[in-house]
Design a protein around this ligand. Structure first.
Ligand SMILES: C[S@@+](CC[C@H](N)C(=O)[O-])C[C@H]1O[C@@H](n2cnc3c(N)ncnc32)[C@H](O)[C@@H]1O
Length: 200
């Protein structure tokens, strides 16, 4: 269901404040990316939907050669201010501006929630990955839109709920192997995110 501003318009407005909630964004991962980030030394790694670089900066620190892709130039400008050595590319995760077999790993955290067609994104991951390449995804559970505010008023950004089981099926259909599929919860029952690791 369509809700709020499209991500390019929405994140143009939200870019200035995004980093204020870094701990909140981290909480969807519960530190589960750390071992995968640690493996990336000297690898060509794509961070898809990289935003202001929360994950890209950690990959860079681990020694990866990082390409940060995002649809929002305002979010990428923030990343670039923090570390101009990281390559930033403006573009759409569902139609990536990269040649086939380019990357050793693709990371994408908290961004799939904005995609209408996550299957199309998985297909693109398969295409841009080298053989035996790995995808590390954090699929957050969309329950209701965050209400954001700025000088122009209140707004939300379009988001969609992607059921964990659907993503696994879509990945398997593309011939990805599922290396890890973990549902992270809050309290006893409510799932907050899925950490999905796939191998080409
Ligand atoms: C919640 S932020 C996550 C940023 C970063 N990955 C992180 O974990 O902090 C979502 C990001 O996805 C980007 N995004 C949304 N739809 C996109 C698309 N179709 N292609 C590329 N980036 C997209 C937004 O511009 C935004 O920067």
């Amino acid at each position: 269901m369509k809700r709020g501003l499209d991500p390019k318009t929405g994140y143009a407005r939200y870019a200035a404040e995004y980093d204020e909630l870094e701990k909140f964004w981290d909480s969807f991962e519960q530190d589960k990316l750390r071992p995968y980030i640690a493996e990336t030394k000297d690898m060509k790694v794509l961070d898809a939907g990289a935003g202001t670089g929360r994950v890209s900066l950690r990959l860079h620190e681990a020694g990866a050669e990082v390409t940060a892709l995002d649809i929002s130039p305002e979010m990428l400008a923030k990343l670039n201010q923090k570390n101009p050595e990281i390559e930033v590319v403006e573009g759409d995760m569902e139609h990536m501006p990269f040649e086939d077999d380019r990357f050793d790993m693709v990371f994408s955290s908290l961004a799939m929630v904005h995609l209408k067609k996550p299957d199309q994104f998985l297909d693109e991951c398969y295409r841009v990955l080298k053989d035996d390449g790995i995808v590390v995804l954090v699929n957050i559970h969309y329950r209701k839109s965050m209400m954001l505010h700025d000088g122009q008023g209140r707004y939300t950004i379009q988001a969609y709920n992607h059921f964990p089981r659907h993503l696994v099926k879509a990945a398997e259909k593309l011939a990805f192997g599922v290396e890890h599929d973990e549902i992270l919860t809050e309290g006893d029952d409510v799932w907050v995110s899925q950490v999905l690791v796939l191998k080409k």
